[in-house]
Design a protein around this ligand. Structure first.
Ligand code: SF4
Length: 351
């Protein structure tokens, strides 16, 4: 475990670092970091020598490798290097009424979903709270440069959030208590770690849950999402139903549409049956699959995406087709791969 970084330290640890300073210093520094999104060097209300000391004892966790903006200027993708050399990605998505940051929670992923670039690369290590929080803060600073304010955070980047749920949950608490984000604007995704969903239902803040479903029968899901062999659909949907009953929050099913694999009328019927059985109907997000180097199949073509959507709507399901934002990040835990932007349209911007 490497040394704690800027956003790993909690208030108590920061108080220890500020020992000997006036009591109000703690609030000044804490709110500078979390609310004003300032680096220690920018804390002009703090003496210069202390700013320099804080820069030294609270180093940043993320070293920028590249930053890419989509041609339309509405998606910014950051590639960072961590201590130890792993690389992770963060995506900032700018919508008309909101700005969403999608964060990674692990370097790599052990879930081995075959269509996913991250899964193909395997698991490297867990991210710390500080490494996850800093992704939000750095993206929020970038949003501020563009005159935007980050309103939502989705834990849907690289990795399986519920396989790192201690760090993910302390990030949620930090974003809620210190950055000031409401739980309804925080979404944790999972590929179906049932004990993690059950732990989430016990947590004090009602965050949104997004389940990367991709198949609605065990035979196909075993193949696409291997963790399904451990937590099959009946167990997964029971945990989802209990989560909804406990939290009353929105639940979405993410469905990466793969040509000829999970886009048939029978898939729509099975998906609709699961979505409608839940106590509050799940919302379905459809995402045409991005091609990845190790998975030969293709995304469903646009006309059949519309057909699949229409079929679900006819079956009474609320459904959204995610506009392709280059990375399909809304989908996908998953389709991110450090160093190999899969379909991102580059605007040519690099820092
Ligand atoms: S789709 Fe998500 S859970 Fe599956 S391997 Fe990729 S990152 Fe991991």
């Amino acid at each position: 475990m490497s040394a704690p970084t800027r956003f790993d330290v909690d208030r108590e640890q920061l108080a220890a670092i500020l020992d000997g300073e006036p009591r109000y210093r703690l609030d000044q520094v804490w709110s500078g970091l979390y609310q004003q999104l300032q680096a220690p060097a920018e804390l002009t209300n703090v003496p210069k020598a202390l700013r320099a000391r804080l820069e030294e004892v609270l180093p940043e966790a993320l070293t920028p490798v590249t930053e890419q903006m989509s041609d339309r200027g509405d998606t910014v993708k950051f590639l960072w290097e961590l201590a130890g050399g792993s690389r992770i990605e963060t995506v900032l998505m700018l919508y008309p009424g909101r700005a969403t940051v999608c964060v990674s929670t692990q370097a790599g992923c052990a879930m081995a979903c075959g269509f996913c670039a991250t899964g193909q690369a395997g698991f490297t290590r867990q991210l710390s709270t500080g490494e996850i929080v800093e992704q939000v803060v750095r993206a929020a600073r970038r949003a501020r440069d563009l005159d935007r304010r980050v309103s939502n955070v989705v834990f849907m980047g690289m990795g399986e959030p519920l396989a790192n749920d201690t760090a993910v949950w302390s990030t949620v608490e930090r974003l809620h208590a210190d950055v000031g984000m409401s739980a309804r604007h925080l979404t944790i995704s999972t590929v179906g770690i049932v004990p993690g969903i059950r732990r989430l239902a016990e947590r004090p803040l009602p965050v949104n849950l997004a389940v990367s479903l991709h198949a609605a029968n065990d035979r196909l899901r075993d193949e696409l999402v291997p963790i399904n062999k451990r937590y099959p659909l009946a167990e997964l949907t029971a945990a989802c139903a209990d989560y909804l009953r406990a939290r009353g929050r929105r639940l979405s099913f993410e469905w990466a549409l793969i040509d000829g694999v999970n886009d048939r009328p029978s898939d729509a019927a099975e998906l609709a049956a699961i979505a409608r059985r839940l106590p509050l109907h799940a919302h379905v997000n459809l995402i045409p699959l991005n091609p990845t180097p190790g998975w030969p199949t293709r995304g469903t073509p646009p006309d059949r995406v519309e057909g699949f959507r229409g079929r679900l709507e006819d079956l009474g399901v609320n459904v959204t087709v995610r506009r392709n934002r280059g990375t399909d990040i809304d989908a996908a835990c998953g389709q991110l791969a450090a160093g190999q932007p899969v379909t991102l349209t580059l605007g040519g911007r690099r820092p």
